[in-house]
Design a protein around this ligand. Structure first.
Ligand code: FSX
Ligand code: SF4
Ligand code: F3S
Length: 371
């Protein structure tokens, strides 16, 4: 056990076993080959720390809460151990001039080396008067702290894309960081709040590989946002077999059937929730019976009703899935009908035909024999 690890132990009473397990999880989450595990572990145990200045704007602080009050002590300990949190308005003991001084000092000592983490949306309307800290508007604080940053992490959907504050009529003109800062690498880690592992993995990815992770077109790390929720959801076999919950508390809901008919946004939402899950109990919204509300997607979260149905892009099960058990069909529409109802026109009908090929000859789809 290294001296470093002894430090972590003393912070949160983390066992070596848990520590190693978390590093293995993070290696897999980052999409790195198992051979890289040793390097990730070495980084996690090293003294390297990333200087971080963390600004809060329009938000609920759920992002900080979920990271720093994570029910998994190793995640919390690693986050606190791997970043040097030089300025964080809700966590630092100092306040007023003392706090402002700490931020300016960190920025001037670490020019080009610190990461700016932004939590919350930035209001632009009426010269930004709707959010001020230390006499400066959020736009001014962001612009000035971004100037010498190595990169910016927009944590949460608010900082990434505006979040709940930007919902029409958006009276404060709330926007995400990317609408204001144009000349710095910006990594979006959306979610309301995001999974703590995704933030930890992004930090460890940088410290281990000395480069920022590959991003998708929405600016999110591909390793965490590369797949739709629908692809790995444990209720997917029910979707494929046409078994749907139709109302909260009905028989289908009690049986754990697919939540699409209740408005689940999993088919249009990119995130790792079904794989990474939350907290030690391994729960995530869909596992506890609530439809995904698309909290990582700027065009879905708070922009659509919870009960609205999203377009289905992959109505067919993957070839690697076990054959569909259509024998125990629920009362909902079958997936082919669902796909059509889900506003997928020609493409989905073609894909629906592929699904039909996968169903046993005796299977029925919406009362009709599969062709
Ligand atoms: Fe937004 Fe984070 Fe949602 Fe809250 O602060 S992403 S409202 S969970 O916490 O910014
Ligand atoms: Fe899971 Fe939702 Fe897809 Fe159903 S629609 S399989 S509940 S992600
Ligand atoms: Fe958010 Fe949906 Fe995951 S609501 S937490 S993206 S299951």
């Amino acid at each position: 056990m290294t001296a470093r690890h002894t430090d972590i132990d003393s912070i949160c009473d983390v066992s070596r076993r848990d520590f190693v397990k978390t590093c293995m999880t993070v290696t897999a989450l980052m999409g790195l080959p198992h051979a890289m595990f040793g390097k990730v572990l070495e980084t996690a145990e090293s003294d390297s720390k990333l200087p971080v200045v963390w600004l809060h704007f329009q938000e609920c602080t759920g992002c900080s809460e979920s990271l720093l009050r994570s029910s998994h002590p190793t995640v919390q300990a690693l986050i606190l151990d791997k970043i040097s949190l030089d300025y964080h308005e809700t966590l630092m003991a100092g306040s007023g001039f003392q706090a402002e001084h700490a931020m300016h000092e960190s920025i001037s000592l670490n020019k080009g080396k610190y990461v700016l983490v932004v939590e919350g949306a930035i209001p632009k309307a009426e010269n930004g008067i709707y959010c001020k800290v230390a006499g400066k508007t959020a736009v001014e604080s962001l612009t000035s702290a971004a100037k010498d940053a190595l990169a910016i992490i927009s944590i949460g959907t608010c900082a990434s894309y505006g979040g709940i504050q930007s919902v029409q009529p958006n009276p404060t003109g709330a926007v995400g960081v990317g609408d204001i800062v144009k000349d710095k690498p910006i990594i979006n880690i959306p979610g309301c709040p995001p999974n703590p592992y995704t933030f930890l993995s992004t930090v460890l990815y940088y410290l281990t590989l000395k480069r920022l992770p590959k991003l998708d077109k929405m600016g999110r790390p591909e390793f965490a946002y590369g797949r739709r929720i629908h692809e790995h959801c444990e209720r997917r076999p029910h979707f494929d077999a046409g078994r749907f919950a139709r109302a909260y508390g009905d028989e289908g809901h009690a049986q754990g059937y697919c939540l699409y008919q209740l408005g689940c946004k999993g088919p249009a939402t990119f995130a790792n929730c079904p794989v990474q899950r939350f907290n030690d109990v391994g729960a995530w919204p869909v596992s506890i019976g609530h439809p995904c509300i698309g909290c990582t997607e700027p065009d879905i979260l708070f922009k659509t009703s919870i009960s609205d149905k999203v377009q289905i892009h992959e109505p067919t099960p993957f070839d690697s899935y076990a054959p569909v058990d259509a024998g125990k069909r629920g009362h909902g529409a079958d997936p082919v009908t669902t796909a059509v109802l889900g506003l997928v026109a020609g493409a989905a009908i073609g894909a629906g035909a592929m699904l039909a090929k996968k169903l046993p000859d005796t299977a029925e789809t919406g009362g009709k024999k599969a062709q």
